[in-house]
Design a protein around this ligand. Structure first.
Ligand SMILES: CC(C)(COP(=O)(O)OP(=O)(O)OC[C@H]1O[C@@H](n2cnc3c(N)ncnc32)[C@H](O)[C@@H]1OP(=O)(O)O)[C@@H](O)C(=O)NCCC(=O)NCCS
Length: 176
């Protein structure tokens, strides 16, 4: 791996960020079902100072996407998406991305920053604890499936309510 730089996300990174997300997240399982081009674009459009990428001479190594306003609170930042290419993991690059995103959100007015970590994601939990996050409330999403639609996936699969709220907030911001 050559010289690594952490730089603000630009339009030219969009394609690589989207594809790395599709490699890193299981988009058929919560909490990753809302990963999409529009999700990336909404973050970058609303809060570019909270969207950073790590690059080297070969291209994209990782990204972090954050936004202001979590759960209707304008002063709570949300560090929602982070992923690293496998060749870049275990080198402190994720911590550098978390730091830049948090700096951007605090500068933009956040009084605290929330991140949600899926319960089996030890790498992400360790990363967040190492970077000053402490466990708050734990929410377990209980799912009851329609007995005749047990195998259903796709547009009607359960959505993470926190992400739906972020999308609503982003839409409201863009119409102001
Ligand atoms: C989460 C992620 C960005 C962390 O990046 P990273 O470079 O692995 O971060 P670190 O090297 O600081 O690793 C964090 C810690 O988790 C540990 N870890 C890494 N993979 C692990 C795994 N599969 N199981 C348990 N622990 C793991 C590491 O050993 C490290 O702990 P240590 O330094 O005490 O040994 C990266 O693992 C990733 O891209 N994962 C896929 C996408 C994802 O789940 N994103 C988070 C949800 S949005």
């Amino acid at each position: 791996m050559d010289r690594v730089e952490i730089v603000p996300m630009q339009l030219s990174h969009l394609d690589a960020v989207l594809n790395l997300g599709y490699r890193a997240y299981d988009v058929n399982a919560m909490p990753y079902t809302s990963w999409s081009l529009s999700s990336v674009a909404v973050h970058w459009d609303a809060q570019p100072e909270a969207c950073w990428v790590a690059v080297d001479d070969e291209g994209l190594l990782g990204f972090v996407l954050g936004s202001l306003s979590y759960d209707e609170r304008e002063d709570w930042g949300y560090l929602e998406w982070i992923a690293l290419d496998e060749r870049a993991q275990g080198k402190g690059i994720a911590s550098a991305l978390v730091e830049r995103c948090c700096e951007g959100l605090f500068t933009a007015g956040a009084s605290r920053i929330i991140t949600d970590v899926e319960s089996s994601n030890q790498a992400s939990a360790t990363l967040m604890r190492r970077n000053g996050f402490t466990e708050g409330v734990t929410v377990t999403l209980f799912v009851r499936t329609h007995p005749e639609k047990a195998a259903q996936t796709g547009p009607h699969a359960p959505r993470d309510p926190a992400r739906a709220r972020l999308r609503r907030a982003a839409r409201a911001t863009s119409t102001r």
